[in-house]
Design a binder for this molecule. Sequence first.
Ligand code: DP6
Length: 325
Amino acid sequence: MTYAAVRAHTNIALIKYWGKRDEEFFLPMNSSLSLTLEKLYTDTFVQFDEELTEDLFILNGKKQSEKETGKITRFLDLFRAQAGVSYRARVASINHVPTAAGLASSASAFAALAGAANIASGLNVDLRTLSTYARQGSGSATRSIYGGFVEWNKGTSSEDSFAIPIDEADWDIGMVIIAVNRSEKKVSSREGMKQTVETSPYYPAWVATAEDDLSVIKDAIKERNFEKMGEMAEHSAMKMHASMLAAKPPILYFEPASITAIQAVQKLREQGISCYVTMDAGPNVKVLCRLSQAGLIKEKLKDFFKEEQLLITGPGKGIRELTED
Ligand code: DP6
C-alpha cells in the first residue's frame, strides 16, 4: 500500500498540556487528559510516489507554501526513516471545521497525517506507538489517536510518552463551543507555553499540581461524577491561564466576549444547569455539559452570541481509515 486516507477528530483538554521539557521530541512537563469531539475533524490522504521530487501539501484544495510543506516533510521523515521508504509524498488534507467554530486544529491535523502515513508507508505500528509519532507533530495530536476521554501520559522518554483511552464518553457528555473570534491567534500555543515555562513564577505551581488534578478527574470519570469532572476541568483551564498571565511579557488570550461567555456559564449554574468552561490558547470558550442539555444551553447563550457562533458537539471516535465506498 503506498497510499491511505485517514480521519482524525480534534480534542479539547480537560486537564491541559502546557509546557515542554523537551522541545525536539515534544515531551510534556505534565500529563493531560482530553475529550475527543465528533464535529471537528480532519481527513488526510497520503501517497508515497517514486515519481515525485519533493513533498506536496494541499490543504482545503490549496497548495501550501514551502514553509508549511517543510513541517509536513519533517514529520513524514519520521515514518520514512522507520519504514525504509525514500519516496516523496503527496498529502491532501481537508479540515472539516464548521464555519461557526473557526477552530483549525493541529491535533486532528497531525493525528490524521500520522494515521495515513502509518498505513501508506507500510510501517503499520500499533495505535499506542502511533500516538508517539503524532506527538512529534503537535503535542495535543497525541490524544487525537483515540476517541472519548484520553490520557496522555507524560512518560519518561519518547517511547513511553503516549496516549491511552480512558473511557468511551458514552454517558451524556457534550460541549457547546462558543466561537468568540475566528481570526488567527497572536501567540501560538508553542510560543506561549515556552514563554510561560521560562518566565512565569507561577509555572512551578502548575507543574506541582497537575498530576493531582489528573488523578481527581480520572476518579470523576470512573465514578461518572459530572460535577466533579467539570469543576476540575474549569480549574485546570483557569490555572493554566493564570500561569500565562504571570509570564513576562504577559500572555492574554481572553477577549471581552470570553469573559461574557464565562459569566454566562456561571449564571447558568446558578439556575441549576450543570456546565463548566474550558479555554485553550485563544479567546474561544468551550462549555462542557450534558449533551442532553446542550440545546437548552445554546438557547440561553443566544442572549449574548449569534447562532453561527455556537456549535454543539458530542464525543468523537478515534482515527479511522477512509475507504472509497
Ligand atoms: C492549550 O499541542 O498546540 O491546547 O505541542 O507545541 O504543537 P505543540 O502545542 P499544542 O498545545 C496545546 C495546548 C492547549 C492545551 C491542550 O491541548 O492540552
